[in-house]
Ligand binder design. Structure first.
Ligand SMILES: Cc1cc2nc3c(=O)[nH]c(=O)nc-3n(C[C@H](O)[C@H](O)[C@H](O)COP(=O)(O)O)c2cc1C
Length: 342
């Protein structure tokens, strides 16, 4: 059965260029964020999760890339997300790749994007977050900040570049994510190699002191590469993993619809699920599972496979905000059911 979003609103939104819709939606959410939002009903205690030292009112978060500049956090929290990850932000403000750079693939319930970290830079984000923190609008959910490498900075200076962003933003985020897995910044994924990853993690860990520092990985890694990342993350104080970013493997969508960029949504589901299971059998890292979670069944499967938290992006675009409540409601019913049995 289709929700009102899917049967009424989505057909209208999908008539318009995806990035334009995104900008309008985000603008609307940022306007809503500046007015006093009615408090949501009290969070359900049994949905609460304690992960890497933070309390999440529910385990369903918004993935990075939706609110790259952190302009709509209160409204996104009011939609029911239990956490919001903003960014990817870079030390140097940058326009991203030429448009068009975001494409829907409705036949496969997918999106391809090659945005290339378009954002206003870490200093502008810090200024905005400081104002928000001082206002009454800061939400009662963890806010993660996802950091990437500025495009103009050469790979050999990546550590300094990430460090610049972290120093500007460390007071403002509840957890931080090193994004070394976007396919749209040339060479970025090579930072997943242990020789580059070790110094990056160690330096940022030291700078951040106690706050959680996570690593967001690609779905296109071999198992050996995942093992190497786990070992490097473990010896350099990483608090958890986010698996996964978008994929460069487009074999799951019709050839005529392929275009350069990272693919998300249903075609990514199985690979993201496999990576979650693999990490959970090989390590004790908390994992935020993301990639192809399009409905309640997908969400439950991730928790059954050991996900500590999950995130949505493409499922949110295709199913609308109603998906958040549906997942939380089902989780709650399942927990109440198992409590009744025990
Ligand atoms: C349009 C778009 C922009 C994205 N931008 C970012 C980004 O800036 N940083 C990041 O770490 N991930 C980014 N992602 C990846 C998502 O956070 C997520 O990892 C990926 O889309 C898989 O989840 P999904 O299948 O639920 O969309 C982006 C995804 C999309 C669709």
């Amino acid at each position: 059965m289709f929700s009102p979003y899917e049967s009424l609103l989505r057909p209208l939104l999908f008539c318009v260029d995806p990035e334009t819709v995104h900008e309008y939606a985000l603008h609307a959410l940022s306007v809503v964020s500046s007015i006093s939002l009615a408090p949501r009903s009290a969070p359900e205690p049994s949905l609460r999760r304690e992960v890497f030292g933070l309390t999440f009112p529910n385990p369903l978060g918004l993935a990075a890339g939706f609110d790259k500049n952190g302009i709509a956090i209160p409204a996104l929290a009011a939609l029911g997300f239990g956490s919001v990850e903003i960014g990817t932000v870079t030390a140097v403000a940058q326009p991203g790749n030429p448009k068009p750079r975001m494409f829907r693939v409705p036949e496969s319930e997918a999106i391809i994007n090659r945005l290339g970290f378009n954002n206003r830079g870490a200093a502008a984000m810090a200024e905005r977050l400081e104002i928000l923190r001082r206002s009454t609008q800061w939400p009662a959910i963890p806010v993660g900040i996802n950091i990437g490498k500025s495009r103009i900075v050469p790979l050999e200076n990546a550590v300094e570049d990430y460090l610049t962003s972290l120093r500007l933003l460390r007071e403002h985020g509840d957890y931080f994510v090193l994004n070394v897995s976007s396919p749209n910044t040339p060479g970025l994924r090579s930072l997943q190699d242990p020789a580059a990853l070790g110094p990056l993690c160690a330096t940022l860990r030291q700078e951040l002191a106690q706050k959680p520092l996570l690593l967001k990985i690609a779905p296109d890694l071999t198992w050996k590469e995942v093992d190497d990342i786990l070992a490097t993350a473990e010896s350099n104080g990483i608090s958890g993993l986010i698996a996964t970013n978008t994929t460069v493997d487009h074999s799951n969508i019709p050839a005529s619809l392929r275009t350069q960029g990272g693919l998300s949504g249903t075609p990514l589901r199985d690979r993201s699920y496999e990576i979650l299971k693999y990490i959970k059998t090989r390590s004790r890292f908390p994992v935020i599972s993301v990639g192809g979670i399009m409905n309640v069944t997908d969400a439950l499967a991730r928790f059954d496979a050991g996900a500590d938290l999950i995130q949505l992006y493409t499922g949110f675009i295709y199913r609308g905000p109603g998906l958040i409540a549906r997942i939380c409601r089902t989780l709650l019913e399942r927990q109440q059911g198992s409590n009744a049995l025990s």
